[in-house]
Design a binder for this molecule. Structure first.
Ligand code: ZN
Length: 201
């Protein structure tokens, strides 16, 4: 039995610009899926079926915060074009919450647990070292560097729930670009990525 845990996180922007500079060519499809080896065969890591549950109610999050996460799930459901859906359930063991993360540069952290290259559990924690807001209706100090939009961050992290990796750093309007915490809409790469794993809807 193979157990695999992947922790995805924010890389500092300084690193990103170096990576972009060193990239020799730009492929048409820049999305990345997570690979997994089981009994010498290479698989794309994914959920076993065409849906998963998630729970926002047991993570000590404000009501508005829970609503923003659910909005993010619906963006993937409605606009992803893939045969996969997120369904909220307060009895789900796949949780959203917040805690003080050890890594100070991580805005949020999504941990994936898989058995034999099939996902069995995913949890996401927002890093309480930062301030999170609802930046469309309550912009407040959203333009400050340590304040983040809950829906945009959730949209990115739900991409990791789908086991998408980061898209190329020059895909500026893509949710799955590393360090992207502002976009609230999917780009073509985001859609192609999820459809490549779960098939078109
Ligand atoms: Zn990420």
């Amino acid at each position: 039995m193979t157990k695999l845990t992947i922790i995805t996180a924010l890389a500092v922007l300084g690193t990103l610009s170096v990576v972009a500079f060193l990239q020799p060519e730009r492929p048409t499809e820049a999305y990345r899926t997570e690979k997994c080896t089981h009994e010498t065969t290479l698989y794309v890591l994914k959920w076993p079926g065409d849906s998963t549950t998630y729970d926002v109610t047991h993570g000590n999050l404000f009501d508005w915060w829970q609503e923003e996460i659910e909005e993010a799930a619906d963006i993937w459901n409605d606009d992803g074009g893939a045969d996969f859906s997120f369904n909220h359930s307060s009895s789900s063991s796949h949780d959203w919450g917040k805690k003080r993360l050890r890594k100070i540069h991580r805005i949020a952290e999504t941990g994936i647990v898989a058995t034999n290259c099939v996902v069995t559990d995913v949890d996401t924690y927002f890093n309480t070292r930062y301030t999170f807001n609802r930046c469309d209706t309550d912009p407040g100090d959203c333009n400050q560097s340590d304040v983040y939009d809950v829906r945009a961050v959730s949209l990115h992290e739900f991409g990791h729930w789908l086991v998408l990796g980061h898209t190329a750093p020059w895909r500026f309007s893509c949710v799955m670009r590393n360090g992207e915490w502002e976009d609230r809409t999917l780009c073509g790469d985001d859609r192609n990525g999820i459809q490549s794993i779960y098939g078109e809807d």
